[in-house]
Structures are given as structure tokens and as C-alpha cells.
Design a protein around this ligand. Structure first.
Ligand code: ACO
Length: 311
């Protein structure tokens, strides 16, 4: 890329301007955005699976209606994000193909199972809580369509987080058995939730460039720390224990010291060896195959309508 164009582009970013799809951008900026927005979109779509798993087993009509609405919201988030990625010159079919053949990632968290009803609370509280922590700053990201998609998504995501916390509160103040289920869900989801923010800053390959371009606003470790600081008092209010013996308040930094997740587990999950990677990919592949007749029908209808207009 021409150094003058690059400098002018960087100056626009530094001045807080939004970059819009038809404007000039460095190829690497475009590629990084396609990777990040595409991965984010795939996460929303695959993220429907662990919760969809409980829709038929929700304990009350009200909880079922809430869960249905939330899972539908995730589908909508995936669609806004695919649209934002499409403005960068990649098609949704292309992105889907890359998900299905394993060339594109989705968030590690969705490779963990939801074993009990309390897990649905833990997912809303911790997983959506971590997602918002990452997404609120992304409302100010430099690429216009991504930033606008984030504004809508964050509103819905905060409802998701609250319904999860409310479910955890119901479990934690219920019978001893229900409280034990809530604690068990927290035990299993705590470290995978911390992994959602990505590897430590030392290991994060993209952070420096992505932050210079304001594709990312914070480092992975900054957001992880904020998440821990926000979540510890919420756990205390519920009377639940964060599964970390090293958790201690650090007056100097004004935040909690905590144990790092097991990063070897994180990298194994990324390689496809998490507890549910195979199931998740099979479910997406089946959905794609099952939808083939419908996609073909839509295309045939579009061709006929176009031919009729010409005639
Ligand atoms: N799960 C899967 N892959 C991850 C994760 C994770 N939790 N964290 C990092 N990675 C991958 C990165 O994609 C990158 O791999 P790649 O080069 O093959 O793409 C590699 O690990 C190194 O990490 P970083 O250099 O730190 O990557 P990056 O700068 O992209 O930061 C982050 C990762 C924080 C997830 C960033 O991409 C981001 O903010 N994305 C938008 C939010 C998002 O995708 N949320 C999805 C989950 S929330 C939800 O859907 C409800």
C-alpha cells in the first residue's frame, strides 16, 4: 500500500472518524475485519446450540418464552454481523463455507456442554456477561457497519445477561439441591468464560495492530480483568463461590488478583479437541444440508420472477 494513503488512513482513525465500506482501506485492515466480524457472526450462530438444547426442557412457560426469545436474538445478531462482513466484499456463503470446512473459528466457549438447567443461567450471566464486556467498547470501533451492528446487539445482550443472572438468583435462593446446581454450573463455566477474551496480551498476535486501527479498543487482559472485577461481587451477592483459591482483592490496582485459565486447554479447544467441537460442527453441517431444498427453491423463485419481469 502507498505510504501516503496509509498515513492519511491512520490519521482518520486517530481522529475518531468511521471508515465506511466504499472508502479506501488497507487490505490488511479489510482482512482483519473479515476475520473478526466473521468469527463473531459464527459465534452467534453456533452459540444458539448449547441453549437451544434446553428450550424443550425449560421448567416453566415463562422461562421457555425468555429462552426462545434469547436464542432467536442470537440468530439475529449473526445475521447483522454477516451483513456487516458482506460490506467488505465477502459473501455470506463464503463465510459459511469457511466455518463448515474449519478454516474460520468461532468462540471457544460454545464447545462446552450445557449439562443442567443451571447452566442456562451460567451462560446468560457469565458468557453473555463476558460478551458484553467485549462488545460495549466495540460500539466505538472504527468500521461503521460493525460499530452500528454492535449498538443494537449490546442492547439485546444486556437483556440476555440479566435473564441469566435472574435464573442464577432463582437457583441460588432455591432448595439446597438447586443451589448446588448453580455452584456446579459456576465451577464449570468460570474458566471457559475467562478464555473468551482470548490469550494473554503477550500471546495475542493481532492486538497491537488491531488496536492501532481501532478494530479493537481494549487488550484481552484489560477486558478479562474488568470482567472479573464486575463478576466477583455478583457471585458474592448470590452466595456462590468463584472456583479460584488465588482470588484476592488487590488494593493497589483496585481490582481482584485471579488465576489464569489453563491455556493448554484453550489451545486444544481451538484445535478442535474441546468437549463439543465435533457435535457443534456436525449440527451446523446438518443444518446447511437440511436447508438445501429451501435455498434452491428461493433461487428458482428469484430466477422465475426476474424472467417474468424481462418478459
Ligand atoms: N475463541 C476462539 N478463538 C479465539 C478466542 C476465543 N475465545 N480468542 C482468541 N482466539 C483466536 C483469534 O481468533 C486468533 O486466531 P486467528 O488468527 O486464527 O483468527 C488467535 O486466537 C489469537 O488471538 P488474538 O491475537 O488475541 O486475536 P484477536 O485480536 O482477534 O482477539 C477477540 C480475539 C478478543 C475474541 C477478538 O477477535 C474480538 O473481540 N472479537 C469480537 C467479539 C467476538 O467474536 N465475540 C464472540 C463471542 S461472544 C458471543 O458470540 C455471544
Amino acid at each position: 500500500d502507498d505510504p501516503e494513503l496509509l498515513a492519511a488512513f491512520q490519521a482518520r482513525i486517530d481522529a475518531g472518524e468511521k471508515i465506511e465500506p466504499k472508502e479506501w482501506m488497507p487490505e490488511a485492515y479489510r482482512k482483519t475485519l473479515i476475520r473478526q466480524i466473521g468469527q463473531h457472526a459464527h459465534s452467534e450462530i453456533v452459540g444458539q446450540l448449547p441453549e437451544g438444547n434446553w428450550i424443550t426442557r425449560a421448567p416453566t412457560l415463562e422461562r421457555k418464552a425468555i429462552l426462545l426469545a434469547k436464542v432467536q436474538d442470537e440468530a439475529g445478531h449473526g445475521l447483522y454481523l454477516y451483513c456487516a462482513a458482506e460490506t467488505l466484499g465477502v459473501s455470506r456463503d463464503d463465510l459459511t463455507e469457511q466455518l463448515l470446512n474449519g478454516r474460520m473459528k468461532y468462540s471457544s466457549i460454545f464447545n462446552y456442554p450445557t449439562l443442567t438447567w443451571a447452566d442456562i443461567g451460567a451462560v446468560g450471566w457469565l458468557v453473555d456477561g463476558a460478551a458484553i464486556m467485549n462488545q460495549v467498547p466495540l460500539q466505538r470501533t472504527s468500521f461503521g457497519p460493525y460499530s452500528r451492528a454492535m449498538i443494537r446487539i449490546c442492547k439485546e445482550e444486556s437483556f440476555h445477561q440479566r435473564q441469566g443472572y435472574d435464573l442464577m438468583r432463582a437457583m441460588a435462593t432455591g432448595t439446597a439441591e438447586q443451589k448446588a446446581m448453580a455452584q456446579d454450573a459456576l465451577n464449570r463455566f468460570w474458566y471457559p468464560a475467562l478464555m473468551m477474551f482470548g490469550p494473554s496480551d503477550k500471546e495475542s498476535i493481532h492486538s497491537t495492530q488491531s488496536m492501532a486501527w481501532r478494530i479493537k479498543i481494549n487488550t484481552n487482559d484489560e477486558l478479562r480483568q474488568k470482567f472479573v472485577d464486575q463478576t466477583v461481587p455478583q457471585a458474592q451477592y448470590l452466595g456462590l463461590t468463584i472456583p479460584d483459591e488465588n482470588l484476592v482483592w488487590n488494593d493497589e490496582k483496585g481490582g481482584w488478583d485471579f488465576s489464569e485459565p489453563d491455556w493448554s486447554e484453550f489451545y486444544e479447544v481451538l484445535k478442535g479437541n474441546g468437549p463439543c467441537n465435533t457435535d457443534r460442527m456436525e449440527a451446523r453441517q446438518k443444518a446447511w444440508r437440511d436447508g438445501e431444498w429451501f435455498r434452491e427453491g428461493l433461487m428458482a423463485h428469484a430466477r422465475k420472477s426476474a424472467a417474468r419481469r424481462v418478459a
